[in-house]
Write a protein that binds this ligand. Structure first.
Ligand code: GLN
Length: 242
């Protein structure tokens, strides 16, 4: 039986708008395929064996909570950096995504990021809130659907976005980019939670984990008809599908 380990980073601090649903989706879609998925939580001050982790997940949070997480992050930085360079899967949402960059300038002052990704974030005047649709820049075109709510504007310094905004704001509300894709790191502003709403992305993370660990790339098909109905409904309401 295949077995993978998922690490939920800072669940006590960074966990907004149903972000934990991403862990549930990963675990369920593994179980439905007879893959054992273990979940390990890492909170401030914990000690875990980072080399055992196959998929990392970090959710969103308020600026104050991001500040607390940031003060612990120097401790885990070398392990995460190594995992990223070894092409481990990492999904980071909103506040967690911002913290993978170099810094986040809030109105209260700067929050230091992990500096793993070449990007930075600055607070803006207006909150960027609402439903969002993003066309993913993958080989097969796929529309990601989700919900965003952030003050921070993220600017990529030459790295590839995860996709382009079809409706909503994305990274900064200006350049139409959304999120980031670097090696097997997926950074995004999409809460929702993103994985139950977009099973293709959920499976991509599981596929990466199985490929890294077992050299297996093909996942068995699941019945996603209900998920697809929900996605079609959202895409229709945004006038992307007729
Ligand atoms: N505090 C950050 C911002 O407002 C992130 C918010 C979030 O994770 N939704 O930009």
């Amino acid at each position: 039986m295949f077995q993978i380990t998922i690490c939920h980073l800072y669940p006590e601090l960074l966990n907004l708008y149903g972000d934990t649903g991403n862990i549930t989706a990963l675990v369920k879609r593994c179980q439905w395929r007879n893959i054992q998925a273990n979940v390990v939580k890492y909170n401030v001050g914990d000690h875990i064996k980072f080399t055992d982790i196959d998929i990392f997940f970090i959710g969103g949070g308020a600026d104050s909570e991001q500040g607390i997480a940031s003060s612990d992050m120097n401790k885990i930085k070398p392990y995460l950096q190594q995992a990223v360079e070894e092409c481990k899967a990492l999904l980071a949402i909103c506040g967690g995504y911002q913290l993978l960059g170099k810094f986040y300038h809030t109105r209260q002052g700067p929050i230091e990021g992990l500096g793993i990704l070449d990007l930075h974030t600055e607070s803006g005047e207006k909150r960027l809130v609402g439903n969002i649709v993003v066309k993913m820049t993958a080989e097969k075109p796929y529309f990601l659907v989700g919900f965003e709510n952030h003050t921070g504007r993220t600017f990529l310094h030459g790295l590839k976005p995860l996709g382009y905004v079809v409706s909503g704001y994305g990274n900064n509300g200006i350049d139409k980019t959304e999120g980031i894709r670097y090696k097997n790191v997926f950074g995004t502003y999409l809460h929702g939670p993103i994985l139950p709403k977009n099973p293709v992305l959920c499976d991509e993370l599981i596929r990466i984990a199985l490929k890294n660990k077992y050299g297996v790339e093909i996942l068995s098909e699941l019945d996603d008809s209900i998920e697809e109905m929900a996605r079609r409904h959202i895409l229709k309401s945004q006038h992307i599908l007729s």
